[in-house]
Design a protein around this ligand. Structure first.
Ligand code: NAP
Length: 432
């Protein structure tokens, strides 16, 4: 537009996960400019508040409302591993106490957690820097100790190109500079794979760099989102989560996920800062009589436990069909007793399971969808909404292909028309 002669209203700002500080002032600037340009000084700006921003008119007494910037401190009530012995997975069912928080949520919403880095990882990094835990640094909101900043304010594990670039400016190391060359993208990707910030610091130490200088290179620790696995109507004072503990070893060092390991290992006697992340694009149909098909292998099952619980609570009469997949029936069938009870009570109309490693050949949810193609298509024709949750890369794409095949075959239409049919479902918010 600018090239074509348009004028910028305000300058563009590029923001990553730590958008919340800048975005509010940017929106204010935009609104002020439009008011100025249109002379609409008195008009109300009809702007949807940012998640976390208060929608309260100025002057009114706002009720205590918790948000990303003002999280609620929740106690962990329950933390149990759902997998049986011998499983490759470690998935925790976690229940948080939200009593008196005033938090509300709907099935499909996520819980934001502001995590803290592992004290051992922090100590190791401080050691590698040759700094001291109580060195004073300028953190996000002022002077704090290096230990505090690295624990609560900054991302200190994930290694990214922008970080390496900033670090390399200080390091002045030929080998590191070579990794950042335009024609060395593959080598850099290979170096980053399986390595954390600590590895870079050890491989390319910077003599005499102060903790305060190091902190300036880091990005803000972003919150982590988990699908809420329980219904507010059924459990108004609790939030349930389904959390896979991420643990692995690379380049001779044990690694773990920041939030998942905190939840799994260190959440018993500490309160967790949480907030609700609403998701209007993943919602039950407003019509309680409408059928739903839920496809959620692995921890992707989480929101569907909330969906079915909610429908039970509401007495919703629409039919419910769940597709679940995991490695082994014996060790990895999450919430099995819930599903069996709901199946017995008739709330769960149908459940199809794909345990991928219980036989010689892999079976996945998409195989089960294809097998039940006629019924899946009939449900969709009868008004069902189809939901997919889980691994967004491989699984969701494979399920999408299976749905295309089923629709093509059952409706007797070609691939292009089947794609149009599914696009249309998406537009109607019946494929989420
Ligand atoms: P997982 O246990 O690794 O996988 C579940 C099942 O899916 C296994 O049987 C697996 O088979 C199979 N599978 C592998 N590739 C597949 C494919 N291309 N198509 C269909 N099935 C496939 O799953 P997970 O570790 O729980 O991961 C679930 C995903 O859900 C993660 O990406 C997570 O980020 C995401 N998620 C989680 C939440 C939450 O609240 N926790 C919410 C939304 C999304 P094999 O292993 O035998 O190949």
């Amino acid at each position: 537009f600018e090239k074509l002669g348009a004028n910028r209203v305000v300058d563009r700002v590029d923001l990553d996960v730590d958008f919340d500080d800048r975005v509010e002032s940017w929106i204010d600037d935009v609104i002020a400019k439009f008011k100025e340009a249109t002379g609409a000084g008195q008009a109300h700006a009809n702007v949807t508040p940012m998640p976390g921003a208060s929608a309260q008119p100025a002057g009114a007494q706002a009720p205590a409302s918790y948000s990303r910037k003002n999280p609620f401190a929740a106690e962990v009530l329950t933390n149990v591993v759902m997998n049986g012995r011998g499983s490759d997975k470690e998935v925790h069912h976690i229940e948080l106490d939200t009593e008196d928080s005033g938090l509300t949520w709907e099935p499909g919403d996520s819980l934001g957690i502001i995590p803290a880095n592992d004290p051992d990882v922090v100590a190791e990094l401080i050691g590698a820097l040759g700094a001291a835990a109580d060195d004073e640094v300028t953190g996000i909101d002022g002077e704090v100790s290096l230990e505090h900043a690295l624990t609560h304010q900054y991302e200190i594990t994930t290694l990214t190109r922008p970080f390496i670039e900033k670090y390399a400016e200080r390091a002045a190391n030929d080998e590191l500079n070579a990794l950042l060359a335009e024609d060395a993208r593959e080598q850099l990707a290979e170096y980053i794979d399986g390595r954390f910030i600590i590895d870079l610091v050890e491989d390319y130490p910077i003599e005499g760099m102060a903790g305060a200088d190091f902190v300036r290179l880091l990005r803000k620790l972003p919150p982590r989102l988990y699908s809420i696995a329980s219904s507010h109507a059924a459990n108004p004072d609790e939030i349930h989560l389904t959390v896979a503990a991420v643990r692995y070893e690379t380049h001779g060092r044990k690694r773990h996920g920041v939030a998942s390991a905190q939840l799994a290992d260190r959440s018993d006697d500490a309160n967790l800062p949480i907030y609700i992340d609403h998701n209007k694009n993943f919602k039950l149909p407003t019509d309680d009589a409408a059928p739903i098909i839920m496809i959620g292998p692995g921890t992707g099952i989480a929101p569907f436990r909330a969906f079915v619980e909610e429908r039970e609570e509401r007495g919703a009469e629409g039919k419910n069909w769940v597709f679940f997949g995991a490695q082994h029936f014996r060790t990895d069938f999450y919430y099995q007793t819930d599903w069996l009870r709901w199946r017995e009570e008739g709330l769960l109309t149908r459940m199809d399971v794909a345990f991928s490693r219980d036989q010689a050949d892999k079976i996945y949810v998409q195989d089960k969808i294809r097998e039940a193609g006629a019924e899946v298509y009939q449900w969709i024709e009868d008004g069902a909404t189809v939901y997919v949750c889980g691994d967004a890369n491989a699984m969701a794409a494979d399920v999408h292909d299976a749905l295309l095949d089923v629709i093509g075959e059952q409706a007797g239409i070609n691939a292009e028309d089947a794609a149009g049919y599914l696009k249309n479902l998406q537009k109607e918010k019946r494929y989420q």
